[in-house]
Design a protein around this ligand. Sequence first.
Ligand SMILES: Cc1ncc(C[n+]2csc(CCOP(=O)(O)OP(=O)(O)O)c2C)c(N)n1
Ligand SMILES: [Mg+2]
Length: 373
Amino acid sequence: MRRYSAFDPPEYVNWKPAPDLVERWDQTLSRNPERAAAVASLEIGDLLLLYRNLLRTRLLDIGLKRWVRQGVISKAWLGTGEEAVTVGAVQALDPERDWVCPMIRNAGACPMMGMTDADVFRGYLATPDSTSGGRDLHVGSLRHRVLQPISHMGTNVAVMGGIAMGLVREGRGGVAMTWIGDGATKTGECHEGLNFAAVQRLPVVFILQDNQVALGTPAERHGAGRLDRLGEMYGLETRNADGNHVLDMWAAVRGAVEDCRKGDGPALIHARTFRMGGHATHDEREARATFAESLFRDWGERDPLGSFEVWLQSSRGVAASDLEEIEAQVTGEVESAAEEALLSRELEVDPERALLPGVSQGPPLHGLSLRPV
Ligand SMILES: Cc1ncc(C[n+]2csc(CCOP(=O)(O)OP(=O)(O)O)c2C)c(N)n1
Ligand SMILES: [Mg+2]
């Protein structure tokens, strides 16, 4: 993909694949025959859809970063380098019956569940036509089965357990999914939520998004235990996946979702990745000072987008021109969405509406009232 020297992490600007990249990607898959077989069954259309979704997720971040530089917004929370953890996971769901609660680094889940790119941008602008009615920059839409998170880490673990209980009663085999940061695993709410879901065998997929940092604290300074064995305490298997490998993520989540639909939930997936920026755009320099340069270099080499492009071309014979065509299309869509969202700033904010439900009404979920209050 095109690289943006003003916005990309420096490691991405002149990104070149390591000589053994494809071999390493295939090795990761061959470690788990079930995942390898699932990936082998993917049609080219599915693979290109993953690519499209990765691109959209990266480009939404670039759009937001551009806005920060232009002074449109003061800061943005990005998932740069962690796109595969979101995209691989959501593409393994059925958006007609499954629910997600994306944390702020998982905004790419929103368009994948049917929301628009403009919805993601409008969330940041707090315009009256944003899905929260302008009340919160966290993005969600009950209509699209995307639960808007709140900023308190760990809370959505318990809340998604509740959604999963509703899904069981609904009886359509729906699965709930959410992401838990490495830092968020240290909250009481996360512990209670995991324990409750495990005891109740609820159909929830928990993705432990281990980007090795919480705000400015490296993982080894906020926890002494092993995240790749987090599930043991709860009687859950911890399935490990490469968070920079969109196919490994997809296949891991696909297996987890199947188990949940059979009644064998919940599932816990530990996805190891790395935050290529700051906690948000304001502290990128601090993040660089916190971690060794070699960490950025090593994880930069594993750019989820560049790696997938190389794999698509060498393992599936996709032409570079086909990828470029998709990129031109998605870039155009994201750029127009940003323009469209900016126009919403002209809408008048009506203070009375702050007390009314947001614009996003939820579908009925048996036994639960999912109307915003
Ligand atoms: C309960 C709670 N405590 C503290 C905070 C402040 N806070 C916001 S994000 C964050 C770090 C989150 O780290 P992690 O869970 O690893 O997610 P990441 O930002 O790395 O994606 C903290 C401490 C919060 N939002 N909620
Ligand atoms: Mg983290």
